[in-house]
Ligand binder design. Structure first.
Ligand SMILES: Cc1cc2nc3c(=O)[nH]c(=O)nc-3n(C[C@H](O)[C@H](O)[C@H](O)COP(=O)(O)OP(=O)(O)OC[C@H]3O[C@@H](n4cnc5c(N)ncnc54)[C@H](O)[C@@H]3O)c2cc1C
Length: 446
């Protein structure tokens, strides 16, 4: 039988547990080469002046890659990290190493798809297929009860039908990888290579996000089992301060250090061993929102990035760079909005309640182009996820999947409800921190 030599292209599934591409490649190939590619274009400043991927997400990515490399090394394999364009590097590796199949996850983002198509085109010349697997949602794309172009327009309809019609698939695990050292081991770039100065931890942060599968598992262990916080999640999830009010799984989910199915299984175990209540259900409910946006991104493609949104609805706004800059740096003079924006600026994280309020303020009070706000979140959020970010923004701006036409977050009433004693605002505004820290010199890594 012909030897199967596979290239395993890691992207946003930086884990060993429940990784279908790893499972499939390991089952079929006599040689598996795990690869990750850092594209410098993803770290360059865009037209608004800040990098597409900012400090916090870059740092989290590097930690996650380091962790994955070390886990693979424990299985006598390795992770080969290259810097460049995937559409150059993958065909080159395929040719040099006589690879016979490339394994990768299916994408929904238009940039990611463009890269994938470019690679497919090149690999056709060598007769090498890309085997694509759907990963990183709770429900598999093949199990949703509609063709993608018939995905319901509202989350409620999506949720009700999927809960009735579909079930969550089993997870994958592997015991070994067929790997031989055929090329030299590579180093993972440092944060300085991206032009960032390492920032000191800001002690006011909600949680210290550290990348990698082990850290994701530890957070799950802490949130569910040690602190027993899952039983009250529904009541606390809209709070603003500290590590305990919500799971903080988002950054690990975004890079795939943990899969939503692993979290789901653990919720089910918790329901059996501790308690089953509205809160345990609600965490799954939120994971369904994440699924919904991922499927909606698949359905609507490039429209999710457009100012008129997926509804092609006129969004009257200005491109007021001065207002935007004040908003971005947390200097508009409305304490609640500024406090949230400072949290994002200094830590790369913001609560869901905060995100809704600051997004609404930019889009609905300031009437500034919401896509600029989404671009800043893309740069700054440690948990940036293409579909969750752009479709949440579109939703709040009134051009997304919101069945309500007139949703508006009134800052005054939000403060009365969520920060009545000003604790959150004081936490972030009682400081003299220089907001220009974490600057980026726009260095090109090579
Ligand atoms: C304007 C705006 C932008 C956002 N951008 C992102 C983003 O880039 N990446 C991201 O992961 N989330 C994004 N969210 C959704 C949400 O704010 C975060 O997922 C959540 O705050 C992360 O904290 P957590 O993990 O503690 O959430 P928890 O409350 O513990 O929720 C558990 C998980 O459910 C998912 N989830 C919860 N709420 C949502 C939601 N509204 N949409 C999609 N998934 C959700 C997340 O994966 C989250 O980790 C955005 C929301 C808004 C309003």
């Amino acid at each position: 039988m012909k030897e199967k030599r596979s290239l395993l292209w890691f992207k946003n599934e930086l884990r060993l547990l429940d990784n279908e591409i790893l499972f499939r490649a390991s089952a079929k190939a006599s040689f598996v080469l795990p690869v990750y590619i850092i594209d410098p274009a993803q770290f360059q400043p865009g037209k608004l002046g800040f990098p597409k991927t900012g400090y916090f997400r870059t740092q989290f990515l590097l930690e996650s890659l380091t962790a994955l490399k070390s886990s693979l090394q424990k299985l006598n394999a390795d992770l080969h990290v290259f810097v460049g364009r995937a559409e150059d590097i993958i065909p080159q590796l395929v040719k040099e190493l006589k690879i016979t199949a490339v394994y990768a996850s299916q994408e929904v983002g238009s940039e990611e798809l463009a890269t994938q198509y470019a690679i497919e085109l090149q690999l056709e010349k060598f007769g090498v297929p890309i085997e694509l697997y759907w990963q990183n949602t709770l429900y598999h794309a093949d199990d949703i009860p509609w063709p993608i172009n018939r995905l319901p327009d509202t989350f409620t309809n999506f949720r009700k039908e999927i809960e009735q019609e579909s079930s969550v698939r089993k997870i994958f695990s592997i015991a070994e990888i067929a790997y031989q050292q055929e090329i030299e081991s590579t180093n993972i770039p440092t944060i300085q290579d991206f032009g960032f100065t390492p920032a000191l931890k800001d002690n006011r942060c909600a949680i210290e996000f550290r990348g990698g599968e082990q850290n994701a598992q530890e957070r799950l262990q802490e949130y569910f089992w040690e602190k027993d916080l899952l039983r009250t999640y529904k009541e606390t999830r809209n709070e603003l301060l500290g590590s305990d009010y919500s799971s903080k799984f988002s950054a690990w989910l975004a890079l795939g250090c943990i899969s939503p199915r692993t979290i789901y299984n653990e919720v089910k175990r918790y329901e059996q061993e501790r308690v089953k209540n509205d809160s345990t259900y609600w965490l799954i409910f939120e994971l369904l929102w994440r699924d919904y946006f991922r499927f909606a991104a698949k359905k609507f493609g490039v429209k999710i990035f457009q100012r008129k949104g997926i509804r092609n609805k006129a969004f009257v706004s200005t491109n007021d760079a001065v207002l935007f800059e004040k908003w971005r740096l947390g200097e508009i003079g409305v304490d609640f909005i500024d406090a949230n924006m400072r949290e994002l600026l200094h830590t790369g994280f913001m609560s869901n309640r905060g995100r809704q309020n600051v997004a609404s303020y930019l889009a609905k009070d300031y009437k500034v182009n919401w896509t600029w706000g989404a671009a800043w979140f893309e740069s700054q959020l440690v948990d940036y996820d293409v579909s969750s970010n752009w479709l949440n923004w579109a939703y709040v701006a009134g051009v997304g999947n919101d069945p309500r036409e007139d949703r508006y977050f009134n800052t005054e009433s939000q403060i009365r409800k969520y920060d009545p004693k000003g604790k959150y605002v004081r936490h972030w505004l009682a400081d003299n921190i220089d907001v220009s820290k974490n600057t980026h010199e726009s260095k090109v890594i090579s």
